[in-house]
Write a protein that binds this ligand. Sequence first.
Ligand code: ZN
Length: 416
Amino acid sequence: MTHEGTAPSFHTMWRELEPIGRHSASGGYRRYAWSGADADCRAWFRAQAEARGLDYELDRNGNQWAWLGDPCAGDAVVTGSHLDSVPDGGAFDGPLGVVSSFAALDELRGRSARFTRPLAIVNFGDEEGARFGLACVGSRLAAGELTAEQARRLTDADGITLPQAMEAAGHDPDTIGADPERLARIGAFVELHVEQGRALDLSGDRVGIASAIWPHGRWRFDFRGEANHAGTTRLVDRRDPMLSYAETVLAARREAQLAGAVATFGKIAVEPNGVNAVPSLVRGWLDSRAADQSTLDTVVTGIETAAREYADAHGIRLDVVRESFTPVVEFEHTLRDEIVRILGKRDDTAASLKVPVLGTGAGHDAGILSGTIPTAMLFVRNPTGVSHSPAEYAAEDDCVAGVTALADVLEGLACS
Ligand SMILES: [Zn+2]
């Protein structure tokens, strides 16, 4: 079978993938791990691998691999991303990286590139964690960051456990767990991803290189006051935790703005949650991220200090609990510098191809794997900056520029 010229182009692949798991009313994607839509995406991936004569593998943790060359030879260059989505997610977060990987391979074959290292394209399972509440399950399991025991306890909103969901989708859950032998084959992993912000749009560049993933955490703020009648309780007699919460939300915005960080109260629970009742409890969840640890510490400490002042002033009890924390992920400098050098070469001829290096506040499989293998990321411009929403967008020209950049990187790393 010959491949050059017969493999579907980026556009053809994009159109094939587009209807899978798309919700007709919202226009967003509902490609949850081990669901029917997920199975359709996986079937698509396998068909793409086989159409190109690549060796297809499904690993023990549900990650799909398409190999060109001998996987066991070692020092492989791997590219890819994920195909699952958040609830009503956009079309690009994940699939752009997978489709671009196949398209980049097509482009390299069109260039008659000679591969000196094995190449693989990967689709990591359950990256978004939309169903079981934990992101990057496929890569976490492989890297040993999530044990099989912990994974078996994950449960979705309907009470279905991860092993039950895997089994229903025809995957054996008994063999999940750390996969150091598979990861040891990999010399470099490069993930292309739609940018989840507007840095490239503001700088006027189509493609960027990731420097680091910002440290981020989640904190739960419990403001406790006294439930009372909304009609008969005089304002001066109230101990209303909603006031302290509201002032804390404003403080979060102020502290983040001062530090060049981000801070978000995006989830709230109120008791008794009645229209005509002064609340007894307001529980708000803070998500905050910053370029470095000390900035993040400053922001969160500032928010907590402000929250305590407000709470004390209103007779409110405040408890703050850190629920999760992920330290900064610095992408490996040698690989990053090599990619900067490969893509920088092109800058001599066209200033429009300049490739900036930028940080990101979003987590990725590449971040999980960076503790085990050298990883790097390319970002493609997203003019709206919106992600995890149907409004997420990348222009086709920019997607094609991303494919070319990825092909150049893979050629520089894996070809003679
Ligand atoms: Zn993603």
